[in-house]
Every structure is written in structure tokens, then in C-alpha cells.
Design a protein around this ligand. Structure first.
Ligand SMILES: C[S@@+](CC[C@H](N)C(=O)[O-])C[C@H]1O[C@@H](n2cnc3c(N)ncnc32)[C@H](O)[C@@H]1O
Length: 274
């Protein structure tokens, strides 16, 4: 196994001061990084997509586990440190310089299945998460998503109906996937420490409910939670046929979106998908 210099030394040698604009909060604790890399299970010989490797803390844990890593990083300053890491694990690391939001990940991974691991700034992470979970293609090419979020966002992703944190993200993450809170990460684990606590969410694709269009389900949740304080008979007015479909599924039109279970959203979407 390659003998690597401590991450703090790598950062100092390459002058990688954390950039606020790029949402950089680095992890240096190698034991913690190994535990994160182990969340998806055995990655030996598997393809992994890592978004935002930065100086390469999680990347080295993934390489140690035997994964074949494709890492997308938009901060040019990190590239020499990542190149060194690639030399320490010959043939295992491919670094792509660019914005992950602008790249076609399936194409990048050559159409082969891949696990996704990432510690990203909040806005980029949520945008990618919604993209990975959306679309009509199911099962997707990714085999699992293991992603760091602010703890509050992670809780919204795994939320159950009945509370104010249950919303669009929960339905999107749960209607054809299994989403779990895998690990809480204290803010002090990061350099510099962010203001809030973090947590890692692990998602695996589940069965696609038959006869349901993803586009319609997304449209329904957008309308229902876009006006979450209103009754469904009001908030769903803009979705053709949705108010009529409520009765067919046995949902009281006076209910509000946060009381509607994921299964009920799926039933509604099924009626509208024919
Ligand atoms: C929170 S840091 C994490 C760095 C490292 N993975 C770690 O855990 O220590 C996020 C990284 O994502 C990169 N990044 C931010 N937005 C990105 C984007 N749209 N595409 C690719 N990388 C991005 C940043 O430059 C930074 O290196």
C-alpha cells in the first residue's frame, strides 16, 4: 500500500487554502475518511465517481479500498495534489477538471455502473442529488449515492410524513430508492469548520413503481409542496386532473401536502400517468 504524506502537509505544500467561494471544508481525519469510504460496502475493483475531491482526502480512502476512481474537481489548484495521488495508486485514478453540474456523468463513466461518493458544497450537492434521483431511466447507472449534506438537509431527505421537514426532497429520495442517514459528522471534523453539523446520506435504487411517470410525480410534488400550507384541492389546481384523482385514491382534498405519504403520491402519479 502506498505511503502517503499527511493531508495537512499536502495542503501546505500545494498552498491549498480553503476557498469560501468554492464551499471548501476539508476532511483530514483518515480514519473517518476510511469509514466514509466503507459506507457503500466493498468497492474493490468497482467504478466510483467522486465529485469535488479537493486535496484528495476521501479520494485516498477510496483508492485504498481498491476502487477505480473518476474524480471531478473544478478548482485547478487541487490538480497537482491529485496527480501525486494518482502516481501513488497507478491506474486507479482519473481526474477530470470541470464543473460536475455541466458534465454528463453516465457518458463520463463509459456507460458502466458506478457508485457515487461526494462531499460537496450544499447548493451543488442538492442540485446533483435531485438530478441523480430524477429522470425516467430506472434503475439508474449509479448503484449508490453516498453524500455529505448539512445535517438539516440530510434529515429532510430521510423525513417521514407529518412534519415540517417532510417535503419534495423526501418524496424524491424515497419513492423508488431507499435513503438512510448513514453517519453524523461533527463540524469540528472539517477545516475550516462550517457553522452547522453535517451528515452523510446513503441512497440505493429500489424498484420502480409500475405505470408511474417520474416527470408527473415530480410535477405533483412541486405543486403540492410549492404551496405546502394550502389544502391539496388548492395547491394541486395547476396540475391537470390531480384534484379529481384525489378522490380516486381516497385522499381528503382538505389535507395538506406534508400529510401525504410517499405511497399516496405514487398512487396519485399513477392515475395521472395513464
Ligand atoms: C467541501 S470540499 C470537500 C473536499 C474533499 N472531498 C474533502 O472531503 O476534504 C468540496 C470540493 O468540491 C469542489 N467543488 C465545488 N463545486 C464543484 C462543482 N460544481 N464541480 C466539481 N467540484 C466542485 C470544491 O472545489 C472542493 O474541492
Amino acid at each position: 500500500m502506498a505511503d502517503l504524506p499527511p493531508l495537512r502537509e499536502v495542503i501546505a505544500r500545494h498552498g491549498l487554502s480553503a476557498s469560501k467561494a468554492l464551499g471548501q471544508n476539508f476532511l483530514f481525519d483518515e480514519q473517518l475518511l476510511d469509514r466514509i469510504a466503507a459506507i457503500p460496502g466493498d468497492l474493490s475493483g468497482k467504478q466510483v465517481l467522486e465529485v469535488g475531491p479537493g486535496p484528495g482526502g476521501l479520494t485516498r480512502a477510496l483508492l485504498r479500498s481498491g476502487a477505480r476512481v473518476t474524480a471531478i474537481e473544478m478548482d485547478k489548484r487541487c490538480l497537482p495534489a491529485l496527480a501525486e495521488l494518482g502516481e501513488a495508486f497507478p491506474g486507479q485514478l482519473r481526474v477530470i477538471e470541470g464543473d460536475a453540474l455541466r458534465l454528463d456523468h453516465a457518458e463520463l463513466m463509459g456507460g458502466e455502473p458506478f457508485a457515487v461518493l461526494s462531499n460537496l458544497p450544499y447548493n451543488v450537492g442538492t442540485a446533483l442529488f435531485v438530478r441523480w434521483l430524477g429522470g425516467e431511466r430506472w434503475p439508474p447507472l449509479w448503484t449508490s449515492l453516498t453524500l455529505m449534506f448539512q445535517q438539516e438537509v440530510a434529515q429532510r431527505i430521510v423525513a417521514r410524513p407529518g412534519g415540517s421537514i417532510y417535503g419534495r426532497l423526501a418524496v424524491l429520495a424515497q419513492w423508488r430508492s431507499d435513503a438512510k442517514l448513514a453517519m453524523k459528522v461533527h463540524r469540528s471534523a472539517f477545516t475550516p469548520p462550517p457553522k452547522v453539523m453535517s451528515a452523510i446520506v446513503h441512497v440505493e435504487p429500489g424498484a420502480m413503481p409500475e405505470g408511474v411517470s417520474a416527470r408527473i410525480l415530480e410535477r405533483l410534488t412541486e405543486a403540492a409542496f410549492g404551496q405546502r400550507r394550502k389544502m391539496l384541492r388548492q395547491s394541486l389546481k395547476g396540475v391537470s386532473g390531480a384534484v379529481e384523482a384525489l378522490a380516486k385514491v381516497g385522499i381528503d382534498p382538505q389535507r395538506r401536502a406534508e400529510t401525504v405519504s410517499v405511497t399516496e403520491f405514487v398512487e396519485l402519479a399513477r392515475i395521472l400517468s395513464v
